[in-house]
Ligand binder design. Structure first.
Ligand SMILES: [Zn+2]
Length: 77
């Protein structure tokens, strides 16, 4: 997995994950989440989680991978 910066609606620069379908499936199965603020992977996150607080940067920007896909914030390679 790599990351790609993008601008959010309120002008913040955030990161979205760039990953293969295989990586996406394993993250989904492992209950992993992704922090849009710092790009860290989080664990014990439901696939449809939204706005969980990130353990790394303390911002409420952790989303489950299914939710990220619905929000069109995953780049599949
Ligand atoms: Zn973070």
């Amino acid at each position: 997995m790599t990351t790609q910066p993008f601008q959010s609606r309120n002008g913040e620069t955030l990161l979205k994950p760039v990953l293969t379908e295989e990586e996406y499936r394993s993250f989904q199965n492992e209950y992993a989440g992704f922090c849009l603020a710092c790009g860290e992977t989080a664990y014990n996150v439901e696939p449809d989680a939204r706005r969980y607080v990130c353990e790394t940067c303390s911002k409420p920007k952790v989303y489950g991978f299914e939710e990220l896909l619905l929000m069109n914030l995953i780049v599949l390679q």
